[in-house]
Design a protein around this ligand. Structure first.
Ligand code: NAP
Length: 253
């Protein structure tokens, strides 16, 4: 039962096997004596969203995960400019006024990525290769653009019309001119930790930054091989943790 004044936050997705957010937020609420609860809403269909909203009048904000980051768009009244460019939302702010409820969508993948990248930017790191072209890659791309870094996608099936590169195109010129490399593919993620993107690791230098969105394991094979050639490396943990702060700020601003 919700207590008087208790706010509810939650995560929608399907399936919801692991949930960092639920553990993080409920620990935060307890430690900081915040009258709130964080629930997981495993929805077989995005059409079930409005039922959840009706069932929980104290619902004050949601996180959105796979497969609904794009499917949730038609339910929003407003969308943040960057989230609109990315075409995906993973935080929903509930704006309740007297008799109305409005939803505004944001993309915390983008904000978490760019906030964590900012301190690592150097003048030489002004162009980036994004390995993979999925949902996270689109958020990474927008984050790079906002930071003034020129991104280019690297795909197994490059689309020349979109100026994408293939892995075979990664020659010494490309590697030398792109000093940031972001892995947004699932290669190397637990349990398949012995895999990594097929890039020419031998062409990396100590000016390169190799950023892996994966955070389990701590050090992926991509990071290990890159650091063997002197590159600076970073995993996706800070990006993940920042997203919880970002969500909380969005819900409370
Ligand atoms: P996704 O939509 O499945 O996209 C992954 C992309 O990687 C695909 O579009 C594909 O691009 C490429 N790819 C897939 N399988 C591959 C393979 N076997 N070999 C080479 N390339 C492959 O996944 P996502 O939602 O973007 O997430 C990607 C990764 O980012 C996941 O590991 C996820 O856990 C992580 N992530 C981390 C955070 C964080 O906060 N740290 C946030 C979001 C996501 P092509 O087909 O063009 O090659």
């Amino acid at each position: 039962m919700a207590g008087k004044g208790e706010r509810i936050f939650g995560l929608i997705g399907f399936p919801l096997t692991h949930s960092f957010s639920k553990i993080y937020f409920n620990q935060k609420f307890e430690a900081e004596h915040i009258d709130a609860r964080y629930l997981n809403f495993e929805l077989p269909d995005i059409g079930d969203l409005m039922e959840v909203v009706a069932q929980y009048p104290a619902l004050s904000g949601l996180n959105v995960t796979i497969p609904y980051k794009e499917q949730v768009l038609p339910y929003l009244d407003e969308i943040d400019e960057d989230a609109a460019k990315i075409g995906a939302v993973n935080v929903i702010k509930f704006i309740r006024k007297k008799n109305s409820l409005k939803f505004k969508g944001y993309n915390s993948d983008m904000i978490g990525f760019s906030d964590s990248l900012k301190p690592l930017i150097t003048p030489a790191r002004n162009k980036a290769l994004i390995l993979g072209t999925g949902g996270a890659a689109k958020a990474v791309r927008q984050g790079l653009i906002n930071l003034g870094i020129e991104p280019i996608y690297v795909s197994r099936t490059p689309d020349p019309k979109k100026n994408e590169l293939g892995y075979d195109d990664l020659d010494s010129h490309i590697m030398d001119t792109h000093k940031i490399i972001v892995n947004t593919t699932p290669l190397g993620m637990y349990p398949k930790i012995d895999t990594c993107p097929d890039i020419p690791y031998g062409l990396l230098t100590n000016e390169h930054l190799c950023y892996d969105l994966i955070y389990n394991p701590d050090v992926t094979l991509f990071m290990k091989r890159a650091s063997e050639h002197g590159a600076e490396v970073k995993n996706g943990l800070e990006m993940l943790l920042l997203q919880a702060f970002i969500s909380w700020n969005i819900w409370n601003e």
